[in-house]
Design a protein around this ligand. Structure first.
Ligand code: SF4
Length: 433
């Protein structure tokens, strides 16, 4: 059986044109996906059963779901400062339950954006986000800028489906309809495909953005001969290209959000777009990584008023990045339990944070074995959303799409596990109050 119009549960492109061949309840072939998407749908490194680490020898032993869930609930209910982290590779339905669990345990809920596009949210608080949809950009954009991102490696079908090669209504010659410019500290594979590559000194993006703003505002005379390693004449040339666009789009990645300046870089980039909008139509959009990291921001904002790093220890939502993000808490050695779901703290946190997380009980809920498994005390395997479970996810442009179920499996869903943990936490807390 071929199942068409399948969504890919890997990156923020959330490609929705896959064709998956299923035989005897098994995925045997995936068409139209890139290699990383196909690999996830075909499956690998599954955790086969719930596990708990033996106190004496530190080895995992298989346990029942009930034992793993009850023990997890006990840890969370008795914790004074639990961190609930991840929430990016799952569907929105489970995220809502995550926010509820966080309320029950008075913990801090934070998602993978904390070490990725968290600064983008702060930049948006400062300046807003003149953005649009990938469909709009694909149909209209004639000047495409990638800043600090490398879609060839991180979002392999982005250029063909949305940004560069796609033929759009007003960009009907595809690649030939567009001028592509890359700003980055190194010449990436994306830069190799661009018309122009601007090499920026590491950590000096803010200055380059400021120089472009000055040039766009006809104040080129205040710009020094070189800014951030880029000659002024090159900046004038690129500013002219951007000003001349009928529809310009800037895609930005972690090269901008996690380099020196952080959220101020985003604030400055949004200001550049605002100024360019005096000349043509311009938009900007973050290149989100996990396929539903955008969804968590939506769900968390509906439920708490904030997009991530929400501390419920006061009984009301409190949000202060720099204080309430995962790594802030870990660096202050504040947490006494960690619950990691649909994200991989072990792979993405700095070594010092991981060392500190290793000192507290770690509960992992995930279909796959990954570096977090190495420091987990309890591991609870679940269904792979978008393959074994349907649900809602938000593409990087915040368009919500419905993911399909392709095969049946016996694993519980994230949502079912969360429901049981919530019920058990209530029981434990009810008994002790
Ligand atoms: S580009 Fe992203 S969403 Fe599309 S198939 Fe590849 S991994 Fe999946």
């Amino acid at each position: 059986m071929i199942i068409k119009d399948v969504l890919c549960p890997f990156c923020g492109c959330l490609c929705d044109d896959l064709a998956v061949e299923v035989e005897d309840n098994k995925v045997v072939d995936v068409k139209h996906a890139c290699k990383i998407g196909a690999s996830k749908i075909k499956g690998h490194d599954r955790i086969k059963a719930p596990m708990m680490r033996d106190d004496k020898n530190g080895e995992f032993r298989e346990v029942s779901y009930d034992e793993a869930i009850n023990e997890s609930a006990k840890i969370l209910a008795n914790s004074k400062r639990p961190l609930l982290y991840g929430w990016a590779s799952g569907v929105c339905e489970m995220m809502k339950k995550g926010v509820l669990l966080n309320e029950e345990v008075g913990g801090i809920i934070d998602n993978t954006a904390s070490v990725c596009h968290g600064p983008s949210a702060l930049g948006v608080h400062e300046k807003g986000l003149p953005t649009g949809t990938l469909g709009q950009f694909s149909n209209r954009a004639d000047v495409v800028v990638f800043w600090g991102c490398n879609p060839v490696q991180a979002h392999p079908r982005h250029m063909s489906r949305y940004s560069v090669f796609a033929k759009g209504f007003f960009a009907n010659k595809g690649r030939r309809s567009r001028k592509v410019v890359v700003f980055d500290v190194r010449k990436t594979d994306t830069a190799n495909l661009a018309d122009d590559y601007i090499q920026v000194n590491p950590g000096e993006d803010y200055m380059v953005l400021s120089a472009l703003r000055a040039i766009v505002a006809d104040k080129a005379d205040v710009v020094p001969e070189t800014v951030g390693g880029v000659p002024k004449e090159k900046l004038v040339e690129v500013a002219e290209v951007m000003k001349g666009a009928k529809f310009g789009i800037v895609y930005f990645g972690m090269g901008l959000t996690q380099s020196r300046g952080k959220y101020k870089n985003i604030d400055n980039a949004v200001s550049l777009i605002t100024e360019l909008n005096a000349h043509g139509k311009h938009s900007i959009i973050p290149m989100r990584g996990h396929y539903n990291v955008t969804g968590f921001g939506q769900v968390c904002a509906w439920e708490t008023g904030f997009v991530n790093a929400v501390d419920m220890s006061r009984g009301i939502p409190y949000y202060n990045p720099g204080e309430t993000c995962s790594n802030d808490l870990l660096m202050r050695e504040e947490i006494d339990a960690a619950f990691v779901i649909a994200g991989d703290a072990g792979a993405h946190f700095p070594a010092q944070s991981i060392a500190r997380m290793g000192k507290v009980p770690v509960i992992q809920v995930d279909p796959f074995h990954n570096p977090t498994t190495e420091m987990a005390n309890i591991v609870i395997p679940t269904k792979v959303s978008g393959v074994e479970l349907e649900g809602t996810a938000y593409r990087m442009d915040a368009v919500s799409l419905r993911m399909r179920k392709l095969v049946d499996v016996d694993f519980p869903s994230d949502e079912e596990v969360l429901d049981k943990i919530i019920a058990k936490v209530r029981e434990i807390k009810g008994a002790s109050s």
